[in-house]
Design a protein around this ligand. Structure first.
Ligand code: PHE
Length: 454
């Protein structure tokens, strides 16, 4: 269990455990639910290119920065800055991260709850043989139901809290180790299926043939937000997990491996969704419901569809769970290390308070559908602002901190494991986190807000 005295801190026990846990955090609804719907709304192929660019130019450097900060400080997302930069303003990054965790988990648990409903729907054979319109009806009927989505959201928050409750090694690492390899297998199987659908070629074109006229600064911002969201960066989840990584782990390799795993799964998810959309005549701009209409449509018309549907929604629920535990862990590690609460009490406080806010997100598809803030429902506002504002802002501050404040020696020490490794990419990394990443994030922010013109 986690202890506050710094001597027997809990942590990940093996290299594979580290990869599984961090990849577990990264791979989730962001890849399979959010990526296709945002890519579909923002031009397909052009979005994909921008997304890749953000993953490489911003994603990897920020991920490394977070792991460096966490492992250096051996503390939570707030405590790490307090330790490394005492009596300064930097710990505000931790506060921002905790706010992001709150906002993300509140709406993420809504969608994670949907996956549970769809497991039940699949098991009961309810989705089989239905037309697209009927499937859309099932989805809309469910999300606007007065209590069913709330029930599932509650169940999901409970499952998340249950795993976090048992601590890092016993809970998070063990869960991820079993779940991750299974997930990849199923995604690949579905990919094969979708790519062989008659009429899917149009979708492959939409997805892989960039139409550059679709690129606007708003699309760039959304690609950046999606990259940050999908890689779990910008809020301290990877600072927290970084603090559980052993000193001999090669952080650069870890960051690359996780980024490749996460980006591949998002890419494959697009390869499943877009051919199917075009084969079945569904609109790519369907919005947050996209995955919950397209995937059932694939299963409804495929042999052994019920079996694949059950496997898929279980997979999606598990992938979501390995992500939600990392989000809740940010808040719990903070409470357990910075306040007098025990880890168990911290878990309860965190999960319950987030669940309460989450209710409003879930109800925005039903009774609270007319409640709009800045022209968006609560769900849309949380989804939009976390990915496109909070995470990029957090990412910006994190690279600035690592590049300009943490000190060359500290950074090099973490990258080379105290001089054991060569750290060939060190100077490139330093250049990117000092100049490229911050400048790009700032320009994209200002441009998409219309604050600068050139
Ligand atoms: N990366 C997760 C996903 O793709 C979501 C997440 C965001 C998790 C931020 C932690 C921090 O589903």
């Amino acid at each position: 269990m986690l202890s506050n005295n710094g001597t027997s801190r809990d942590g990940f026990s093996s290299k594979f455990g580290v990869i599984a846990a961090i990849a577990g955090s990264a791979v989730g609804l962001g890849n399979i639910w959010r990526f296709p719907y945002v890519a579909g709304e923002n031009g397909g192929g052009a979005f994909l290119l921008l997304y890749f660019a953000c993953v490489i130019g911003i994603g990897i450097p920020v991920m490394m920065s977070e792991l460096i900060i966490g492992r250096r400080a051996q503390s939570n997302a707030y405590g790490s800055f307090r330790k490394l930069a005492p009596r300064s303003g930097w710990p505000v990054i931790g506060i921002l991260g905790i706010l992001s965790a709150f906002v993300i988990l509140a709406f993420y648990s809504t969608v994670a709850g949907w996956t549970l409903e769809y497991i039940v729907q699949s098991v009961s054979g309810n989705l089989q043989g239905k037309s697209n319109d009927e499937l859309k009806g099932v989805f809309e009927g469910f999300i606007s139901h007065p209590w069913r989505p709330l029930l599932w959201q509650g169940v999901f928050m409970f499952l998340t809290a249950f795993i976090v409750f048992f601590g890092v090694q016993k809970g998070i690492e063990k869960a991820s180790k079993i779940m991750m390899p299974l997930l990849l297998l199923l995604v690949v199987a579905l990919c094969v299926r979708s790519l062989t659908l008659p009429g899917g070629a149009e979708g492959i074109k939409f997805y892989l043939n960039p139409d550059f006229s679709k690129i606007t600064w708003d699309v760039v911002l959304k690609a950046m937000g999606q990259a940050a969201f999908s890689l779990s960066i910008g809020m301290g989840a990877l600072i927290t997990y970084g603090s559980y990584i052993q000193k001999n782990n090669r952080l650069t390799n870890t960051a690359f491996q996780i980024t490749i795993a996460d980006t591949s799964i998002a890419f494959l998810s697009g390869l499943i969704v877009f051919p199917a959309i075009f084969a079945y005549g569904i609109s790519p701009t369907e919005g947050p419901g996209l995955a919950f209409i397209v995937f059932p449509a694939i299963f409804a018309q495929m042999p052994a569809g019920t079996f694949f549907a059950i496997a898929f929604f279980i997979l999606l629920a598990i992938a979501s769970l390995t992500s939600t535990i990392s989000v809740l862990e940010v808040f719990v590690a903070f409470l357990a290390e910075e306040t007098k609460l025990s880890r168990k009490k911290a878990t309860a406080v965190g999960a319950i308070s987030i669940a309460v806010v989450g209710v409003f997100c879930t109800l925005s598809f039903g009774v609270m559908g007319d409640v709009k803030i800045f022209g968006k429902t609560v769900f849309d506002l949380f989804d939009y602002s976390s990915a496109n504002i909070l995470l990029p802002l957090g990412a910006l501050l994190i690279v600035l901190f690592t590049g300009w404040f943490l000190g060359r020696k500290n950074v090099k020490d973490e990258i080379t494991n105290g001089g054991v490794l060569k750290g060939r990419l060190f100077l490139l990394f330093l250049f990117i986190i000092r100049f490229i990443a911050p400048v790009v994030i700032i320009i994209v922010f200002l441009k998409s807000l219309g604050l600068i013109n050139f």
